[in-house]
Design a protein around this ligand. Sequence first.
Ligand code: PCA
Length: 211
Amino acid sequence: MMKVLITGFEPFAGEAINPSWQVASALHGWQLDDEVSIVSVKLPCVFKQCLLQLEQAISQFKPVVVIMLGQAGGCAQLQLEKIASNFINAPYPDNAGQQPRNTLTASHGPAAYFSNLPINAMLQALHSQQIPAQLSLSAGSYVCNHSFYGLMHLIKNQFASIKGGFIHLPYLPEQALHKADTASMALATLIDAIKICVEVSLLQQPDQLVV
Ligand code: PCA
């Protein structure tokens, strides 16, 4: 059985939940057909450990597609991340109290990698189902961008057949309840959205650059 790996993060920055893990865990074990099923893994919101656990999950499950999810509190739409940058500048400490500033994820890596998920086709499919989603050109400079860059670095150097990338999610409604004027999206909508992204990722080729 081929595997699609979905990762989510544990809660951070004082939140009780993280939509990324709520969505990923809901999809764990989902079987798309006779050939493909989803395995979900929770990553710590800790710079060093998240990459070690990601690499371990990839080695163990040998997925054909990896979709990493993270929370982007305050955004109103799913953010389909195009660019993983080799730059870390944590605005606050991670869950282990580390706060790397002005540094790199990979000291000998390129400045950035593109996602190799079929982002354009994913956006089209989401919009056709009336799910708000947009292309994002920065995944930030905190743990999510670090893990996204780490994934693309692994794909480039060790697992060339994997299609992988990152999607940031809005808060869930219960997180936005007591924050003024803050966007959120229902869990059921987010789950539907990631199912669509998985299906499109399996069917479509990565976005082609026009050169
Ligand atoms: N979001 C954070 C880290 C974990 C998460 O879910 C980020 O955007 O970097």
